[in-house]
Ligand binder design. Structure first.
Ligand SMILES: Cc1cn([C@H]2C[C@H](O)[C@@H](COP(=O)(O)OP(=O)(O)O[C@H]3O[C@@H](C)C(=O)[C@@H](O)[C@H]3O)O2)c(=O)[nH]c1=O
Length: 174
């Protein structure tokens, strides 16, 4: 999908453990054309099957998100909500884990969510814009217009995530 990418991080390991780079301003400028990030957030989920999402911020607060799993495993999903995109309403998923060091780079105009595959999974997100509760929006994880093939039965979806509307006919994206 245009603008969506997976970066392959790497860990230097020896008999003490591992060292890995989470962010490099110079690399980000080359890859994304920006290295300006407003927030770094952490998320911990206790149970496998938990789904969080699908979340986005409306313009002008739309944000780029870099998502990395630092412990456990998640199935990370990005949904293209850019009306003029050839992949409008299509989704892409990738397994991110504390071992594979992959980073999902999600451009503006996408919704994001994930399902936890291993208990006690932890994510780190880099956000290009600050959190703006009034600009938040979401889609249902089980929206029939998206038919996302979540790997596990859904567990412990938040009330907020269950309150998002299903996509209606004439939905024009973000
Ligand atoms: C997203 C966010 C939430 N909060 C607050 C709001 C709320 O009281 C509490 C928990 O937020 P939530 O229930 O929205 O947490 P969660 O459902 O984990 O939300 C996250 O889901 C994934 C899929 C994403 O893509 C993230 O950007 C984020 O939206 O934290 C912040 O203070 N800053 C933030 O950046």
């Amino acid at each position: 999908m245009p603008g969506l990418s997976i970066l392959q991080g790497k860990a230097n390991s020896d008999n003490r453990g591992e060292f890995s780079r989470l962010f490099c301003a110079k690399e980000m400028l080359t890859i994304l054309g920006t290295n300006s990030f407003a927030q770094v957030n952490r998320s911990l989920s206790h149970e496998s099957g938990v789904i969080r999402g699908l979340h986005f911020q409306r313009p002008p607060h739309a944000e780029i998100k870099l998502v990395r799993c630092i412990r456990g495993r998640v199935w990370d999903v990005a949904v293209d909500l850019r009306e003029d995109s050839p992949t409008f309403l299509k989704w892409y998923a990738e397994e991110l884990s504390g071992h594979n060091h992959k980073v999902m780079v999600i451009p503006e105009g996408f919704a994001h969510g994930f399902q936890v595959l291993d208990k006690e999974s932890e994510l780190i997100y880099f956000h290009s814009k600050p959190y703006q509760p009034f600009a938040e929006g979401g889609l249902r994880y089980d929206d029939p217009a998206l038919t996302i093939n979540w790997p596990l039965p859904a567990r412990n979806v938040s009330n907020r995530d269950l309150s998002f509307p299903f996509i209606s006919e004439g939905f024009t994206g973000l």
